[in-house]
Design a binder for this molecule. Structure first.
Ligand SMILES: Nc1ncnc2c1ncn2[C@@H]1O[C@H](COP(=O)(O)OP(=O)(O)OP(=O)(O)O)[C@@H](O)[C@H]1O
Ligand SMILES: [Mg+2]
Length: 403
């Protein structure tokens, strides 16, 4: 057979099923759209087999009627204009490719109900399957925000559909895990997750409007687990650094982490997990810089235990790290799920994390002053330490505070 151009519908379907490989990926994309729309409350409803229906409702900005024609069309986005936005200036939103809704619209039937705060009524839009744009519309009553309903997933892909149904229980628990990761990355967003006709698999996260990472971790995992971790924050000290921290090499960095104490008891840690995020974007824990962080922590734990752990190498049932930095300092366009980050100054970031670990694992409180002096020479950063549940006794320093 000679080389021929694929029919557009076939090309779209091939691309879409790579972008959205399963119901988990679709849920993630819809959730991210809601977060990007500034939602403070997001609810997710899914059918038990994970393919009949996935519905995500938010109280975000809504979509304005002038944009309806662009919905579900490939490469249509409100978040990016040129590649420089991504590569040089850095992108703050979770989405930027303008593909997710188009892909969703090729592997499922999509209905969107939306209303901006300026609209008197909401519009319910049925997207033209595969191509995007609006096939049918009626006015309806709904609060400001957007609800995206995806139905009949993978209807034209029987093998994928059968597999998705077979894996549906696993998918539901992975969605639970995914939502925990987003709650830790965005502690102030309320999330509720329900499985139709199944009260066991749901999950609710109801934070206060000013909830912090510590509040989220406490609510999600409980004090028992957190007592087995050190909570550490690395903050800026330079008067011009704003909320971030200059670690050298030009990158400005802030870090918040729950790091395991030696001997964190797996059995007592009722919730396990490895959670990493960069600028509130959860990233994969089994690739890239996340693996370097895990390896660093293992090395410190191994050093302080003198290799005396049951398996020789300490295990890390729980760890959580949030990084804040200028989004122009990394590339996020690496994987279809946008869940990996390539830092321009990766070595500096890892060195800064090592300095943080040294302070947690190597230095007792009375050495705090020397530790600061050393940190000042090794990396240009300041460290604030706080043991969870303890009353802080601040020790003043020119760089920051050590509790
Ligand atoms: N829940 C929502 N609330 C408001 N606007 C939305 C919502 N979902 C989608 N949109 C609008 O539709 C556009 C297309 O969404 P889509 O997810 O396809 O692309 P994206 O988020 O820009 O990029 P990506 O493909 O990387 O997710 C968005 O840029 C946004 O303007
Ligand atoms: Mg998106």
């Amino acid at each position: 057979m000679g080389i021929v151009e694929l029919p557009p519908a076939t090309a779209r379907q091939l691309g879409a099923s790579l972008d959205i490989v399963d119901p988990l990926a679709l849920t993630k994309e819809l959730l991210e759209n809601s977060i990007d729309a500034g939602a403070t409350h997001i609810s997710i409803l899914i059918s038990p087999n994970a393919v009949d229906r996935i519905l995500v409702r938010d109280n975000g900005s809504g979509i304005s009627p002038e944009d309806f024609h662009a919905l579900g069309r490939r490469s249509h986005t409100s978040k990016l204009e040129t590649i420089d936005d991504l590569q040089e200036r850095g992108i703050k939103t979770l989405g930027f490719r303008g593909q997710a809704l188009a892909s969703a619209n090729s592997i499922a039937a999509i209905t969107i109900t939306t209303r901006t705060r300026g609209d008197a009524v909401a519009s319910q839009l049925r997207l033209k399957h595969g191509v995007g744009g609006v096939e049918g519309m009626n006015l309806t009553s709904a609060p400001a925000g957007t609800t995206v309903r995806a139905e009949c997933l993978f209807e034209t892909m029987p093998i994928r559909k059968r597999y998705a149904v077979k894996e549906s229980q696993k998918t539901l628990s992975k969605i639970n895990e995914l939502l925990r990761a987003y709650a830790l990355a965005r502690p102030d967003i309320k999330v509720s997750f329900k499985v139709l006709k199944d009260s066991k698999n749901g999950w609710d996260y109801a934070p206060s409007r000013t909830a912090t990472l510590q509040d989220a971790a406490m609510q999600i995992f409980g004090r028992e687990l957190l007592n087995q971790c050190n909570y550490v924050e690395m903050k800026p000290d330079s008067p011009n650094a704003g909320d971030e921290l200059n670690v050298g090499g030009g990158i400005v960095l802030g870090l918040q982490a729950f790091l395991p104490k030696l001997g964190l008891d797996r059995t007592k840690a009722k919730a396990k997990g490895r959670f990493f995020s960069v600028n509130s974007r959860p990233i994969a824990s089994n690739r890239g810089i996340s693996l370097k962080f895990i390896s660093t922590v293992k090395t410190f734990l191994s050093d302080i235990s003198g290799g005396h752990t049951a398996s020789g190498r300490p295990s890390i049932p729980f760890i959580q790290i949030n990084i804040q930095c200028d989004p122009g300092r990394y590339d996020v366009n690496l994987t279809p799920l946008k869940d990996e980050i390539l830092f321009a100054e990766e070595e500096e970031v890892v060195r800064c994390f090592e300095a943080l670990c040294r302070t947690v694992y190597q230095q007792p409180a009375q050495e705090a002053h020397q530790s600061e002096e050393r940190s000042r020479h090794e990396v240009d950063c300041s460290v604030m330490l706080q043991g969870v549940g303890k009353h802080p006794t601040p020790d003043s320093s020119p760089l920051g505070k050590i509790y």
